[in-house]
Design a protein around this ligand. Structure first.
Ligand SMILES: [Zn+2]
Length: 308
């Protein structure tokens, strides 16, 4: 694509509108979107789906460069943390379509890279369910590996360009995994756990995805992996109660409420949201592989008992 300024303006405006559209969608749906949702996007009265259900790279006919990329959900999401490739340099990669550098889809990605246009990365988290990660940029192309280097912020693009080499990027890798964890792995973990629990709190069955979290059994800071067996879907209040040891979960999936909280007298929220959970069983995912790891629960429950 030659540097046609009117076309460039359109590329920027469409992206700005698409990100605003996604912002409201993400708020309304609690972060997990479907193809039907993102297909509703319109620009100047023109329907322009943000995602192509048949292919990984999406370039609407109104644009010259790619607008989004997609990673399909992992067939083994319980134990395999991510389908993405993180180089030792801390940068993510996205594969070409096939091996032909001149395939129109690969050229559309190259144009997005050359013009430094932000893209949307749809991460598959379940059949037809995605977490949109945006904006992301393509920092470079690795033709021998048939892939592009993905940057999660403009600093990563600048770092890559400043070095022009992998070595300098490797030196900065110390802080890069933090970005990947925060922008990619944690949102994907949250969505996978919520879907495994059929979009409800494992303690009270609240079904508002906007109010649901994935509680870590072994915390992120203690080396807990963002995989489904290390998570439990919980509403905001139960997540906070679990994190502050007001609530504990025994390795046999029975909920315990801390003694002093059981003895309190207060209004209906204390009674129904906390005290009545004592002795209840978690509402578990149907798939055994998606249930909480009992060893991790035991480790966590020991800490709950110490806090009691
Ligand atoms: Zn709850």
């Amino acid at each position: 694509m030659s540097r046609d300024w009117a076309a460039y303006e359109t590329e920027i405006q469409v992206r700005t509108a698409a990100f605003a559209f996604l912002d409201s969608l993400v708020t309304r749906l609690g972060g997990i979107v479907r193809y039907e949702d993102v297909a509703q996007f319109e620009y100047m009265g023109d329907r322009m789906s943000l995602l192509d259900p048949q292919r990984g790279i999406r370039k609407p006919r109104q644009l010259g460069a790619a607008l989004s990329i997609r990673t399909v959900h992992s067939p083994d999401p319980y134990t395999r943390p991510y389908a993405d490739d993180i180089g030792t340099d801390g940068y993510l990669r996205y594969k070409w379509r096939g091996t032909d550098p001149n395939h129109p889809d690969n050229r559309a990605l190259r144009d997005a890279m050359t013009l430094q246009l932000p893209l949307i990365w749809f991460q598959g988290v379940g059949p037809g369910a995605y977490v949109p990660i945006y904006p992301v940029w393509l920092a470079a192309e690795e033709a021998l590996q048939h892939e592009f280097v993905v940057a999660l912020n403009e600093a990563q693009v600048a770092d890559w360009n400043a070095s022009g080499r992998r070595q300098v990027a490797e030196e900065s890798a110390r802080y890069e995994p933090g970005i990947v964890n925060q922008r990619l792995h944690q949102p994907v973990f949250r969505a996978r756990v919520i879907l495994a629990y059929e979009r409800q709190c494992a303690l009270c069955r609240l079904r508002h995805v906007e109010l649901l979290d994935a509680a870590h059994i072994r915390g992120d800071a203690e080396g807990g992996q963002p995989v489904i067996p290390n998570g439990i879907a919980m509403c905001k209040i139960h997540h906070a109660a679990f994190d502050t040891n007001i609530i504990g979960v025994r390795p046999d999936y029975v909920v315990q409420v801390r003694g002093d909280v059981l003895d309190e007298t207060d209004g209906p929220v204390l009674t129904h949201a906390l005290q009545e959970l004592h002795g209840a069983r978690l509402h578990l995912p149907a798939a055994a592989a998606a249930r909480p790891d009992t060893q991790l629960l035991e480790e966590r429950y020991t800490r709950f008992l110490r806090a009691s």
